[in-house]
Design a protein around this ligand. Structure first.
Ligand SMILES: *Cc1c(COP(=O)(O)O)cnc(C)c1O
Length: 461
């Protein structure tokens, strides 16, 4: 009997390659200093392995590229729109969609339509762009993820879940009139790409119905979430990815979606709903700010690539490879004692900067310092998900740190091999051994909304 079948390799082979270059250490030090110690400001060509984000960085398939060439380019009524509509209805099961250029445009249209000043929008955990788009509409984003989500060593199958009691108490306290929308983010990106169970989604949906509040999903990583459900939740092992996906969306009144994640494209997004009245409002605003509704601010070929990508992302061989590759990197880091959030999520590994750099206090941005140092040591670009991203300044000007200080290594889809990830792990493990030498940062510039993209820092001596 064979108890350990061989681990399967990538379910694809290479058809085209892109050269990557490792700059010298001296160059990397100089380059990152010039950016104000903010890796968002680096040029991509100066990055060796780019794990800044899994957004818009997927390698597209030959079929997606072929579809992009085959489809017609038209201002109105391109066949690519109908391909996308068909795929969305078949996979998501919503009645209406507007294509948009990316996820945050869907958020902008949704909140501009549904939110009036002084409202509250609950979510398990809002993504940064979601939070910013709510605040821009003078409302308050609130997070009710289960408390265990912040316990980075506790292994649970569905750490991304909403705390149902907290949600319901909040609705009672604020009254449903003040809550025009309930959201849930699958997977829960901001706390580490942790999945949400079908049961939890069903419960949130029940509460939303009970209080007559529309329920939308932030569905950026729906397929990774559904694969986790298939692996971890009772009763789903023998269901197909498509069956699970259809069930997931059946509990919601609509969704925002970024094609840059799980349509396996480099740009694109959708705003979907079953509600005709809402759809008509979405449509009218889309025409004003994005473009006509059969292209939504995109070239028509991008819609075709999304339509095809939505099917490819449901392929179980692909999802198995995707999850295996993330686990591969997690295991290397774990074996090298690097503190990571457990269990790993669906699209990234999160390194715990508080444990990696206990000598750097939150006001010196330990996760940012770690991210900068990783670039200097290895040419690898990660991203800070800590106090630069989620820290606040109160009315008295006091700094309020984020709950967690994380460095995210996001894994682009179908882009890097295990060998690339092994290099990342080796460099991080080497850094961990001499971690005491890493210094904190002082923030010298930040904008009010999404300030982490353009913030500048100085190294503290
Ligand atoms: C990426 C992302 C968004 C925003 O999508 P963009 O395409 O980057 O604008 C919103 N929510 C979540 C959970 C995301 O991961």
């Amino acid at each position: 009997m064979n108890e350990n079948p061989p681990k399967l390799p990538e379910p694809f082979k290479t058809k085209m390659v892109e050269k990557i270059t490792l700059r010298s250490r001296e160059e990397r030090e100089e380059l990152v200093e010039k950016t104000g110690y903010n890796v968002f400001m680096l040029r991509a060509e100066d990055v060796f392995i780019d794990l800044l984000t899994d957004s818009g960085t997927s390698a597209m398939s030959d079929r997606q590229w072929a579809g992009m060439i085959e489809t017609t380019q038209a201002y109105a009524g391109s066949q690519s729109y109908y391909s996308l509509e068909k795929a969305m209805k078949d996979i998501f099961g919503f009645k209406y969609l507007v294509p948009v250029h990316q996820g945050r445009a869907a958020e902008n249209i949704l909140f501009s339509t549904i939110v009036s000043p002084g409202c509250y929008i609950p979510n398990n955990t809002h993504f940064d762009t979601t939070e910013a788009n709510i605040m821009r509409n003078k409302s308050v984003p609130v997070n009710f993820v289960i408390e265990d989500a912040y316990n980075s060593t506790k292994v649970m199958p569905f750490k991304g879940n909403m705390d149902i009691k907290k949600l319901e108490n909040f609705i009672r306290e604020k009254t449903p009139e003040k809550i025009p929308l309930i959201m849930i983010t699958v997977t829960n990106n901001s706390i580490g790409g942790q999945p949400v169970s079908m049961r939890n989604i069903k419960e949130v949906s029940r509460i939303a119905k009970k209080y007559g509040i529309p329920f939308f999903m932030d569905a950026c990583r729906f397929a990774e979430n559904c694969y986790f459900i298939k692996q971890r939740e009772n009763g789903y092992r023998n269901k197909t990815m498509k069956e699970i996906t259809r069930e997931l969306f059946s509990y919601a009144d609509g969704c925002t979606f970024s094609g840059k994640k799980e349509a396996l494209t480099n740009i694109g997004g959708m705003l979907c709903t079953n509600n005709k009245e809402l759809y008509e409002k979405f449509r009218n605003l889309t025409i004003v700010i994005e473009g006509f509704v059969t292209y939504g601010g995109l070239a028509c070929r991008e819609l075709e690539a999304m339509a095809r990508g939505l099917y490819e992302v449901l392929d179980e061989d692909y999802q198995a490879y995707r999850h295996r590759q993330i686990e591969y990197l997690a295991k290397l880091l774990r074996d090298g004692d690097v503190p990571i959030v457990e269990p790993p999520g669906g699209h990234a590994i999160f390194v715990e900067a508080k444990k990696f750099l206990p000598h750097i206090p939150p006001e010196q941005f330990p996760a940012q310092a770690l991210t900068v140092q990783l670039y200097i040591e290895s040419g690898v670009r990660a991203v800070e998900i800590g106090s630069s991203c989620f820290g606040k300044v109160d009315k008295m000007g006091r700094f309020i740190p984020a709950k967690m200080e994380l460095m995210r290594l996001a894994i682009p889809r179908r882009t890097y091999t295990d060998n690339h990830l092994r290099y990342v792990a080796e460099c991080l493990i080497r850094m961990y051994k001499k971690r005491k030498q890493i210094r904190g940062l002082r923030r010298v510039l930040t904008a009010e909304l999404l300030g982490h993209f353009t913030a500048r820092f100085e190294q503290i001596n």
